[in-house]
Design a binder for this molecule. Sequence first.
Ligand code: SF4
Length: 393
Amino acid sequence: MENSSGIFLKMKATGKYHCNYFWNHVAIDSRGAIRPCCRYLDQVPAGQLNDGLAPVFSNAKFQQLRSNSMDGLQIPGCQTCYDADAAELPSLRTYANSKTTMPPHGNITGHSGDIEDIHLSIGNLCNLKCTMCSPKYSHLWEADYKKLGWSTKSFTNPHKEKIDFPALFTSLPKLKRLRIVGGEPLLSLHHDNLLTSLQEKYKHSIALDYFTNLTKMPCENTLKAWQNIGNVALNLSIDAHGALNDYIRYPSKWKTIASNLEGFIALAKRHSFIKIQVHTTVSILNIVHLANLRHHLASIFRKHRLPLIHKEVLIHQPTFLSVKHMPQRLKRMVILNESNPAIVQFAKQHLDAEPQWEPLVSYLESIDKLRTLKSFEVLPHLFNSSDIGTQEK
Ligand code: SF4
């Protein structure tokens, strides 16, 4: 039976800015920093995994966030969700409130035993250095940052640090879903340990959600562990095909990605415990090529008689790659031609936002020089216009 504090909690939990995730979710990044979720923008985390998840989850910072959420106050770190809500687009906040439940005890203390869902980076070891990425998610970016004279202070070698998975999962009896990101999780030095701990603790009671870059197929041991766990979703990161893939997801080659995509499709057809979906991050780099990509992916999945599930997510960082800060000409083009209503709505909402052309060009020039690439050849939609400045060729 529900107690009066539970009823009180539910009444307060209907507020415009309320989010269940403050009570039942955390994101742990590649440096062990803990935040309420992966979209939460505060540079200063709520705490570190080394200090123990349970004490961090009930520390003063988390309690303040819960208190503000209950009081209907706006929380600056949640701006990405508020922007999506204001544009009537799906936000992580609405997802959290529809898919997860508030604990019935009705207090702001926070108990790690109530956590149902974790977004976990198991390190930044990666074999790619995608254009929109950083050393936080790919250790290969670290060397490039150094060559470019950008700061890497806080990123050094986090992929080598071990996570004590048995200790972590001891305090999480209600964990139902684990989103596993890297780096590239299938390359991680810690992946086998993670799977061993998960099989011991959550056999057939947890859903795993991976984000993988399609450069590596899972080995037999991994498949066996996934079978024991019983519910694995693989988000296959594809932002473009052909030469644009090779530019954006450098130094991958589309030929390899296409061949591994066929491999993942075969796995999903062979094993009912594996589900796949394509995950595309949408930025100024690929926005005008999305229709081509959708068409290309649809023909591949049709050939294999497998339904294509394709999720397209707008990126917000770095800001100069965001659709929000594209030149107005491109936003108008998107509003006229794009078929994804969420992207059209976003372009309309930010039609008058300031373009960030100079930082974009400077960024592309820097990485072109470093990698001997030619952005103006693969991104003609950016450079073939007189209203957005000129690019030296
Ligand atoms: S409102 Fe959005 S950003 Fe804030 S904690 Fe919830 S899901 Fe994360």
